[in-house]
Structures are given as structure tokens and as C-alpha cells.
Design a protein around this ligand. Structure first.
Ligand code: PLP
Length: 873
């Protein structure tokens, strides 16, 4: 028997792939979390995978061990923390149903010994490393016993026996012991030796051993790093980082609920995102995996069914695209100014030598003829010592030094950043209004960073994220790169799809389309429903419909019946109202023109229409027209708001409204002509979803109005937005009503007017078009339709996003990413970029939603193509 050949196990042993799964502190701190770990590991085992489980210390334990290291002379404090650590681990052992745990007891004894160790007095770094390592040694010991006792035979592995750190030149003792490096590369011998021992192991994150066999640590985020090292050593099939979020996001989801899950990234992008702010993965873990070619997946412990974020050598999509925006706070800028730097050989060398001497690693660099500015990340070194003043003192010998802090580095990350610049105009405009200290574009073309005052970051990031999506720089619709938004993931998965009137009337719409396309179809019921929602806001004394949005006579009549007056910007609009509603009292019309010719004011006044001026010119040059008339004054309150720069109607770069510094002159001119200013007005932009906007405008106008003698009404404009994209939050009408009522209670003497357009009609209209042709160019699929930018110019003009569906195939799986384009000879004739639609065929009916506002009314006969006709239901 003894001479029988060894079982031919070895080849299959090696063939079975390894999976490394890592769990952080909160994932190992409760029994149910350990049950979860067991399930995940067992599932891998069931697929015939070998498993290495890497764990962190129980949550909070590393901090307590740090408290022991910091207690030095304070023995009472030290013993108190020690007792808490012992109690916590004993409680965990009991919770796991273990009678004993010899390995854990051994570590608790080690803690006692280390507290008595004379090295404690100096908190020697080698001693600190031994103390901190105990947390992981204990949690993994508990885990091994629990898994073993619960049906998953698991062996405990001392990570230090396999992770050997090598010192790096220039590294301080602190870094060598507390932030060490392990040159981990695939090691087939180690993999097969381990395979010969078993199928499932549990080991520690965060710890390794140096050449002198001393314990060392892997720095912050060390457990991720350990998983990376083990993944590389074993050349694992995959490393999984199990955490409390579903993966990496296009922005910090707690600040930007619309942030998209990043479904797939390449190593460099993930590294960049992890380095520039995302906390979910430590950037150090990626290096060894990239070199070994091992993919890494981030998964949500609570929702293992979600795919998470997958990081591998080649991401799904190589097209340039912003993948994420992040903010790193606590950044310090050092600005170094010298008059003599120009052509001064060695200045930079001298400067950087000083940074090196103080152990500071520079991140961003900006340089000019006489100035070089660099940024420093908030390293422990920087935060915990007075290294900065020492550095500044050194630098002061060679240049003038200015320290700017605290700053935030706002970084856009994505491959091919330089080729995306044309899509970043909105983002750049946001920064244009701020004091940007430094801009840096990484030489690997993966990031673009703006350094601003730290206090600005939290407000800025959500706005920039929305702008990136709107400009299609962050192609949120591309399912190969992006997953659902944080908000969607948090929402009740069973929440019904929002049902629109056009879904209910699908067959009627298909019949209409069968007769003729392209055509707009409006639902009067939908218009009335919006009107009623607004009329329910008590504080408003008079609602006007801004008919520029859609002057269809049936809509004007419906809104008149709903109690609306009308706001017009041309005499032709006044005529349109009067012809649709011949009985309408003329005082129900408000004329708010801009740069209109003299005759239009004359006509409006002659007809008795209330007229608004927004410049000095009419009073300066045609003053007699306004003699003894009541007039309204439109003001520019200095800033514009809205969904796109082109719809912002405030601020110096907008042509609307009288500047505040000309109000006195306007009043003098009005007085001279006996014109009475009875109303103040401001409309600062369109597509605003924040109720606070009107509160601010109202309060500002009302306070100005108190300085006038005859003001009766305050018109706070229109601009009420409706969400376009699924992840936009609707305007909170209740909040709007409350905000308006609040201001009104302070200024009850003025009537409050509003004049929305878009809000009333946008969702009430759809544009029906028919597929003309489909085409593929490389990876890009085009679906051509018979409606172009001559029917609906908003996407081309404002980069507006309209929902687009294939009405013929509504409900079929939308698999193909397409560009929906029209027949007009313009590259900009794109109705919807990067949309997922079911396979489209010639003749299919395509519905472009939310086309009731600024659709047909802006149409043209460009290319001599007749624009879409209009129908009302
Ligand atoms: N009032 C004035 C003076 C406007 O210029 C506009 C739009 O341009 C509106 C109201 C209506 O804006 P919205 O359709 O965004 O409500």
C-alpha cells in the first residue's frame, strides 16, 4: 500500500482558480455579517473555487489600539482601553457561539505583554506595528473558528508568513513599519503549496513582515492592499472587495444622489478615482493586481445580487468620457514666487529638494515665469506635525512663500480628457464664477483638476455632476460603463414606472402616426392638470401663462378657463391671444418685450395692454409714448439661473432687464414723463427646480418695491422647471407655496404675480416621428427619423434632454445604444444622443417626450423641410 503512487491530485489542484474576498471592519462585527461571509465563501466553493478570505479588525478596534499606543504615561487610560478591547472580543466570541478561541486568547495575552513592554514609553514604531496587528489577528481567529464550526472548513493563515515587505529608499522608519510595501507578483509555488493545504483560508488584512521577521503594517486602507497582494501572489481569478456600498460611483453618492454606479473601469481609471477621493477602495490595492492582470470587483454585502464595479485591464468602452468627479478636501497649496526664476537654472530643483527633505510628496504643479505653485495632500505627516512651517522657513530662503489652505481639489476623471474639452464649457463656466487657485491636467490624460477654496466644494460637486451629464461628457445612459444612480438603487425597486398620458394613449397616438408624421400631439388634460396644481398655491394673486412656450389656440383657451392671464413678448403674441380669446379683458394681458421696436410699445399701449420696460432707451427717446401711463419695470437682479447658459436671463451677459444701478435714472425719466411705475418684475431663467429661487427673487423685489411709492404688483417671473431626466427631482410645489406665503406675509401690500410657460405645457406635448433609416458606423448606431432640428431645436440649441421611446415597440428590452438623428444637413441634428432603444426598424414610430414647450413654436423650414404639424387631444 505504501508503494502506491501519490494520488494524481496536483494538476487539478493547480487548475482550480483562487478567489480572494475581502471584508472590512463593519462586515466582521456581527454574527449575521459572519453568516454572510460564510454564504459568499461557500458560493465560491460550490463553483469549485478556492477561497482566501481577508478580514479587517472588528470596527473601532484599530482606533482603540492606537489609543493604547498614544497613552504612553497614562496607565489608567491604557488599562481602560485594554479592558474594552478584551470585553469586545469576548462578547463577539460569545455572539458567534464559540466556547473558546485559543488563537484569540493568545493575542489578548500578547496585548498584555506589549503594554508591559518598555518600548511603549517611546511608542517605538516597531512596537506600534505589533500592537496594531493584533486587531486583524483576533478578528481572523474568531472568523476561522466560526466558519469551521458552521460547515465551511477554513484554515487560519498568518498573512505575515506570505507577505514580505521590502524597504523603499528614502522611506522613513515610520513608513517602513507603518506603511510598508510588498512586491507581490504571481508565485505559482506558493499557490500550489497553499492548494495542497486546503480549499478555504482566512487571513488578515493590513499586516506583513519585513526581512528581519518583524511585524509591519500596510498603511491606511491596508486590508484592501492585502487583498491585492494575495490576489497577485495567487494569480487569482478575481479579487472581491465586499463593502457597504454597491461599488464606485461617478461622484460621492452621499453628496450627489444622482451619481451613477460605475459598472466597469480599467485599472488606471479606477486608480485615479480612488486616489482623487473615492473612499470605497484604497488605491494601493490596484498596483499589484494590474501588474498580475487580476480583475477586481467591488460588491455590496447587503445586496450581493448587484453586479458592483468591475475593474480590469480594458474597460468596456474606450471612447473618451468623464467617468467621475471627485473632491479631495484638506489640500494645501504652496505658492512660491521669485522675480528671478526666469531662466534661473536649478530653481525648481532647489524647491523640490526642500519638499523631499521634509518628506512631503507633491501632487499637482502649476508653473509660470515667476511662480510655481504645488499642492500637498492631507497626509498624516502633514496633519500631525509642524512640517509645514519648517518647510516654509526653508523655502523662504529662496523665494516668497504663500500657503493657501484649506483647499479642495476637484477632479474630473476619465480616459481621453483632452479630447473632451469641447463638452466641458458648462463646467468651465461654473468655475469662471469662482476663484480657482490652480488648474492641472494630468500628463496621462486621465484627469483635469481645479483647486478652489474648500468651502465651495460641497455645493459645487452636484452642480458639476449634473452639467457633465447634460453636456453628455459623462454618458450616463451608456449601460456598458454606468449603472443605476444611487437614488435609483436606494429607491423601492418595486416602485411603478411613472405612467404618462402618452403611455395610456399609445394606440391612439400610433393611429395618428400612421396617418402622418412628424406631428406634435398635445393633451389638454395634461395642461389643465398642471394649471390646477399651480392654482392651488394660495399666495399667488395672479397667474400668467407665458405663451411663448406654446401659443396653440386650444391651449390658450384651456388656460383661460383655468383662470390664467397671459404674458406676451411681441404684438404678434398679443394678437394670438386676442384672436383665440376675443372676449378676454385686455388688462389680462401683460406685455414684456425686450429690444422691441417703438411701434410695438405704441400698439400695446394704444390697446390698453399692461406694458413692461426693461431699459432706459424707451423713456429716454420715446418718453411721450408713456406720458401718464402705468408701466411695469423689469429688473436684472444680477444673476441668471436655469438648465442651460442660453436660458439664463440675468447677469451682465444677458440682454434682459434693467441693471440695478440704473434704477434711479429710470425713475427720474419716468417722473419726467409722468409715467407711474406700478409693478416690479424679474425673470432670471428657465428650467429651475429649486423652490428657493422664487423666494429669493420675491424677497429682493419686495424690499426694492418699498422704496417706490406706487408699486402694486410684484412679478417673480416664470422658469418653473419640470424634470427631464429620470434622476431629476421635481420642483417641490408645496415648498414653493410655503416660501411664497412666507415672503407675502412680510409684504402683504403687494400683489404677487407669476408667469410660467414651460411648467404648464412641456409634459403635455409629444413629437411623433417615424424611423427613416438605420445605420452603423464603427461602434456607433444611428436611428434616423423624419423629424429633425427644424421641428424640435431644443437638443441642438440647449443640449436639452428629451425622453425618447420606440412607441411601436414600447416595453421591448432596450438593448442597443443609438444616436437618434433627423434628416437636416447639420451635424447638430441630433434629437437624442446615446439612448438605449429596442432594435429599431424603418417605419417604427418614435416618440419624443416633453415636447409641448418651446417645440413647434421654435420650428423652422430649414432645408425647406416642413416642420411637424400640431394636433390637440
Ligand atoms: N417670463 C419671461 C419674461 C420670459 O422671458 C420667459 C421665458 O423666456 C418666461 C416668463 C417663461 O419661462 P418658462 O417657460 O421657463 O416658465
Amino acid at each position: 500500500m505504501s508503494s502506491a503512487p501519490a494520488p494524481a491530485a496536483a494538476p487539478s489542484v493547480i487548475a482550480r482558480p483562487w478567489v480572494v474576498i475581502k471584508f472590512g471592519g463593519t462586515s466582521v462585527s456581527r454574527r449575521e455579517r459572519w453568516e454572510n461571509i460564510r454564504r459568499i465563501a461557500a458560493a465560491h466553493r460550490a463553483r469549485d473555487r478556492r477561497v482566501v478570505i481577508v478580514v479587517s479588525a472588528l470596527s473601532g478596534i484599530t482606533d482603540q489600539l492606537k489609543a493604547i499606543a498614544e497613552s504612553r504615561g497614562d496607565d489608567a487610560r491604557c488599562r481602560e482601553v485594554q479592558a474594552a478591547i478584551v470585553e469586545r472580543h469576548q462578547a463577539m466570541r460569545a455572539e458567534l457561539g464559540l466556547d473558546g478561541c485559543a488563537r484569540m486568547e493568545q493575542r489578548l495575552a500578547d496585548l498584555d505583554r506589549l503594554i508591559a513592554d518598555p518600548r511603549r514609553a517611546q511608542a517605538a514604531v516597531a512596537w506600534q506595528a505589533e500592537v496594531f496587528a493584533l486587531g486583524e489577528l483576533m478578528s481572523s481567529a474568531l472568523g476561522a473558528d466560526f466558519l469551521d464550526a458552521n460547515g465551511l472548513p477554513t484554515q487560519w493563515l498568518d498573512a505575515r508568513e506570505h507577505l514580505r515587505a521590502t524597504p523603499i529608499a528614502n522611506h522613513s522608519a515610520w513608513a517602513r513599519y507603518l506603511s510598508a510595501n510588498v512586491p507581490a507578483a504571481p508565485d505559482a509555488q506558493f499557490a500550489s503549496a497553499l492548494a495542497a493545504r486546503g480549499d478555504c483560508f482566512i487571513t488578515q488584512g493590513f499586516i506583513a513582515r519585513n526581512d528581519q521577521a518583524e511585524t509591519v503594517l500596510l498603511g491606511r486602507g491596508g486590508s484592501d492592499t492585502s487583498a491585492g497582494y494575495f490576489g497577485a501572489l495567487l494569480k487569482a481569478e478575481q479579487v472581491e472587495i465586499w463593502t457597504d456600498v454597491p461599488g464606485m460611483f461617478s461622484a460621492n453618492p452621499r453628496v450627489v444622489p444622482e451619481a451613477r454606479l460605475l459598472a466597469r473601469l480599467d485599472y488606471e481609471e479606477a486608480q485615479e478615482i480612488a486616489t482623487t477621493g473615492a473612499k470605497v477602495l484604497h488605491p494601493r490595492s490596484l498596483g499589484p493586481l494590474r501588474r498580475a492582470g487580476v480583475p477586481l470587483v467591488i460588491k455590496d454585502t447587503h445586496r450581493p445580487q448587484l453586479a458592483g464595479t468591475e475593474i480590469r485591464a480594458v474597460a468596456a468602452d474606450a471612447a473618451p468620457c468623464v467617468k467621475a468627479i471627485s473632491a479631495r478636501k484638506g489640500v494645501t497649496l504652496i505658492s512660491m514666487e521669485t522675480v528671478g526664476m526666469w531662466q534661473q537654472v536649478g530653481f525648481l530643483a532647489d524647491v523640490f529638494e526642500a519638499f523631499k527633505r521634509h518628506g512631503l510628496s507633491v501632487d499637482l504643479i502649476g508653473s509660470a515665469e515667476t511662480n510655481v505653485t504645488v499642492s500637498l495632500d492631507p497626509t498624516e505627516n502633514l496633519v500631525n506635525s509642524d512640517v509645514l512651517s519648517a518647510l516654509a522657513a526653508d523655502l523662504a530662503r529662496i523665494c516668497r512663500v504663500k500657503v493657501i489652505a484649506p483647499c479642495a481639489a476637484i477632479t474630473l476623471v476619465g480616459r481621453g480628457m483632452r479630447s473632451l474639452l469641447h463638452k466641458l464649457s458648462g463646467v468651465l463656466a461654473e468655475f469662471g464664477a469662482l476663484d480657482v487657485h490652480l488648474i492641472s491636467q494630468s500628463s496621462n490624460n486621465l484627469n483635469l483638476t481645479f483647486v478652489v477654496d474648500e468651502a465651495l466644494a460641497d455645493d459645487l460637486i452636484p452642480r458639476l455632476h449634473a452639467l457633465l451629464i447634460r453636456a453628455d461628457a459623462l454618458r450616463a445612459e451608456d449601460g456598458a460603463v454606468f449603472g443605476p444612480s444611487w437614488r435609483e438603487l436606494g429607491a423601492d425597486a418595486a416602485a411603478p414606472v411613472r405612467e404618462t398620458w402618452w403611455m395610456r394613449e399609445r394606440s391612439a397616438l400610433l393611429e395618428l402616426a400612421a396617418e402622418r408624421t412628424p406631428r406634435y400631439v398635445y393633451s389638454l388634460e395634461a395642461v389643465r392638470a398642471q394649471a390646477r396644481a399651480l392654482r392651488a398655491l394660495g399666495a399667488v394673486d395672479r397667474w400668467h401663462y407665458a405663451l411663448k412656450a406654446n401659443p396653440h389656440p386650444a391651449i390658450l383657451r384651456a388656460l383661460h378657463e383655468e383662470g390664467f392671464a397671459f404674458e406676451c413678448v411681441s404684438t404678434a403674441e398679443i394678437d394670438a391671444v386676442r384672436s383665440a380669446l376675443p372676449q378676454l379683458a385686455v388688462e389680462r394681458i401683460l406685455f414684456t418685450p425686450n429690444f422691441a421696436p417703438r411701434e410695438e410699445y405704441a400698439q400695446a399701449l394704444a390697446a390698453g395692454v399692461r406694458t413692461t420696460l426693461d431699459a432706459l432707451h424707451p423713456l429716454q427717446h420715446w418718453g411721450e409714448l408713456f406720458r401718464d401711463r402705468e408701466i411695469h419695470l423689469r429688473l436684472d437682479l444680477g444673476v441668471g439661473r436655469g438648465h442651460h447658459d442660453k436660458v439664463k436671463t440675468g447677469g451682465a451677459s444677458s440682454k434682459f432687464g434693467l441693471a440695478l444701478d440704473q434704477v434711479e435714472e429710470f425713475r427720474t425719466l419716468a417722473r419726467r414723463h409722468g409715467a407711474r411705475i406700478v409693478g416690479l418684475h424679474a425673470h432670471l431663467g428657465s428650467g429651475i427646480l429649486d423652490a428657493g429661487h422664487w423666494r429669493a427673487v420675491y424677497a429682493q423685489l419686495a424690499s426694492l418695491a418699498e422704496g417706490f411709492s406706487r408699486i402694486e404688483s410684484i412679478d417673480v417671473g416664470g422658469g418653473l422647471g419640470v424634470p427631464s431626466r429620470p434622476d431629476e427631482t421635481p420642483l417641490d410645489l408645496a415648498a414653493l407655496g410655503a416660501a411664497l406665503a412666507e415672503v407675502k406675509s412680510a409684504y402683504p401690500q403687494f400683489h404677487l404675480w407669476l408667469e410660467p410657460g414651460r411648467f404648464l405645457v412641456a409634459d403635455a406635448g409629444v413629437l411623433l416621428a417615424r424611423v427613416t433609416q438605420v445605420k452603423r458606423k464603427g461602434a456607433v448606431h444611428y436611428v434616423g427619423v423624419d423629424a429633425g432640428m427644424n421641428s424640435l431645436i431644443r437638443p441642438a440649441l440647449y443640449e436639452a434632454w428629451h425622453e425618447i421611446v420606440n412607441l411601436t415597440r414600447l416595453g421591448e428590452p432596450a438593448q442597443t445604444m443609438v444616436q437618434v438623428v433627423g434628416p437636416i444637413c447639420e451635424t447638430g441634428d441630433v434629437l437624442g444622443a446615446n439612448r438605449r432603444l429596442p432594435e429599431c426598424r424603418e417605419g417604427d414610430v418614435i416618440l419624443i417626450a416633453q415636447a409641448g414647450a418651446y417645440g413647434a413654436v421654435m420650428a423652422s423650414r430649414y432645408n425647406l423641410r416642413e416642420p411637424a404639424t400640431e394636433d390637440v387631444r
